[in-house]
Design a protein around this ligand. Structure first.
Ligand SMILES: [Zn+2]
Length: 65
């Protein structure tokens, strides 16, 4: 149990990631967890909102890098 908790704790930390705005190409910083956007981020240039993505349930396998 403890081992799984530690593993999940790593994935539970939101990771800042740069995404390209699909409308204007501006770089927008979003926060992701397991590679998925966890909260809406607004493009500072054109105002396009990058919506949060649905979160996956915890899986026993590690995500490939
Ligand atoms: Zn934009």
């Amino acid at each position: 149990m403890a081992v799984i908790d530690n593993c999940e704790a790593q994935f539970a930390t939101p990771i800042p990631e740069e995404r390209t705005c699909p409308k204007c190409g501006e770089t927008v910083e979003v926060f992701t967890r397991k590679g998925r956007v966890i909260e809406d981020s607004t493009c500072p240039k054109c105002g396009h909102v990058i919506s949060a993505e649905e979160q996956l349930e915890a899986q026993p396998r590690k995500a490939p890098k």
